[in-house]
Write a protein that binds this ligand. Structure first.
Ligand code: FCB
Length: 461
């Protein structure tokens, strides 16, 4: 690790606004384990991960980081990292194991205990209600392609928020509906593993509808909590300056970003999205749905990892990705921090967004402990530093950015990649369940404590 203390571009620490929220994020299926405990029933990820060939090495979330049992130790870790907030997700299959109907009190008890532990430690709980673990019972009836799932989701949101109320600082209805719809129902690389474009279109609609149905319920049950949604968004750059490439990049932005942003903030799907639908891909819209989806929210959460660079292909709206030279992580994701700035500024110009959080941002990297038991994850540290620098730039430009959550608090189950990709600022030894704060975690703890990026820069490589 090289530390340049005479950084030419920086004089003194980069200070963030007062009350800026410094957090870290996880998701239930990725860390909890305990899949058959205290009344939990299977989710689509239990089913999907059990199918040979779907997940690398056949890995499942059966044990994961055993957080279900080790949450007190994990909250203590968060405290050592000086986190002001913790973004976690609540597992629907623990709360309403059959998707609809009977409520499992033991499932609620777990999140009740976790919430209390966090509050005791002075860490604000940011709860996401859906991070991809749909109860299998609902998938058996069509999952997100079935409108009933949106109604079931609203009931589930009601149950959770009645119990946890505004002890939760912030409710996020959904994490990345694009991934649920496109990866889950369109491309089949995530649970439930369907490859059906028409199903993807229906799922998109019902996910956004479920969000809109839940917003007033959460407001009623938790009047002091804020309510929002998290989208995975990209910045889009053209591969060249040609008009065709520039158009492909714009279409890509419309198809992947605006297809979610416009229903949420404008109550309509973008033209590019509507025009790209095949005759059998009909949006199952009913009277009032678009109005429901645009229920005003307090914040938009953004998960940013990479940009897209697009080259035009005749007949394919959005063109195709090209991969410029640069630094790539072990996910083969390009490290492109200015994309975060571009995205934030554009969003702020185009939509009336009250408040933005970066709810995920981070890098994979598989370093383990050295002989001294230290984990030197230079690329992750560099990644965080550079993205936070861009976030700071965006704030200077007037973007209402209120907080940042590093993905992830600890190494965990990386979906179709199983345990082969590590995103944690804390290392997890899956054999012993020992946790070790990585270099990036020590650095992040200093940033969180001082509410500023230090006056030196880490150079990579
Ligand atoms: C996001 C997911 C999160 C994690 C990161 C790497 O799409 O929300 O659970 O897998 O990617």
């Amino acid at each position: 690790m090289t530390i340049n203390r005479q950084s030419p571009e920086q004089n003194g620490p980069l200070k963030f606004p007062p009350n800026f929220v410094w957090g870290s994020a996880t998701a239930a299926y990725q860390i909890e384990g305990a899949i058959a405990e205290d009344g939990r029933k299977p989710s689509i990820w239990d089913t999907f991960s059990a199918i040979p060939g779907k997940v690398l090495n056949g890995d499942t979330g059966e044990i994961a980081c055993d957080h279900y049992h080790r949450y007190p130790e994990d909250v203590a870790l968060m405290k050592m990292l000086n986190l002001g907030a913790y973004r976690f997700s609540i597992a629907w299959p623990r709360i309403v194991p059959d998707g609809r109907g009977a409520v499992n009190q033991q499932g609620l008890d777990f999140y009740d205990r976790l919430t209390d532990k966090l509050l005791e430690a002075g860490i604000q709980p940011y709860a996401t209600l859906y991070h991809w673990d749909l109860p299998q019972a609902l998938e058996d009836r069509g999952g997100w392609t079935n409108r009933e799932t949106a109604e079931a989701y609203a009931e589930y949101a009601d149950v959770v928020s009645r119990r946890l109320g505004d002890r939760i600082s912030s409710y996020t209805t959904f994490n990345e509906p694009w991934c649920s719809a496109v990866l889950g129902y369109g491309l089949g690389i995530h649970a439930p593993g369907k490859q059906d474009r028409a199903a993807q279109v229906a799922a998109t609609h019902h996910l956004l509808l479920a969000h809109g149905l839940a917003v007033p319920i959460l407001r009623r049950n938790a009047p002091k909590a804020e309510v929002g949604i998290t989208l995975n968004l990209w910045s889009f750059d053209p591969a060249s300056d040609s008009a065709a490439d520039r158009q492909a990049a714009e279409e890509g932005y419309d198809l992947d970003n605006r297809a979610y942003l416009d229903p949420l903030f404008r109550g309509k799907y973008p033209e590019t999205y509507l025009n790209a639908l095949a005759p059998d891909e009909t949006i199952p819209v009913q009277a009032g749905d678009l109005e429901t989806m645009k229920a005003p929210i307090d914040f938009l959460g953004i998960n940013y990892y990479i940009r897209h660079v697009r080259q035009a292909v005749p007949g394919i709206p959005g063109g195709q990705d090209v991969y410029p030279p640069g630094i790539y992580t072990t996910m083969d994701w390009e490290v492109y921090p200015p994309g975060l700035y571009d995205l934030l500024v554009r969003l702020n110009n185009e939509y009336q967004i009250r408040k933005i959080y970066i709810t995920e941002n981070g890098s994979s990297g598989e370093e383990g402990p050295d002989e001294k038991g230290e984990v030197h994850d230079a690329l992750r540290l560099y990644y965080l530093q550079e993205h936070l620098t861009q976030a700071h730039r965006a704030i200077q430009q007037g973007v209402p950015l209120a907080g940042y959550f590093a993905w992830s608090l600890m190494d965990n189950y990386e979906w179709a990649w199983g345990y082969t990709r590590r995103f944690g600022i804390v290392y997890v030894d899956y054999e012993t369940q020992q946790r070790i704060i990585k270099d990036s975690g020590h650095w992040y703890a200093r940033v969180a404590a001082s509410n500023a990026l230090p006056d030196y820069r880490v150079i990579y490589p």
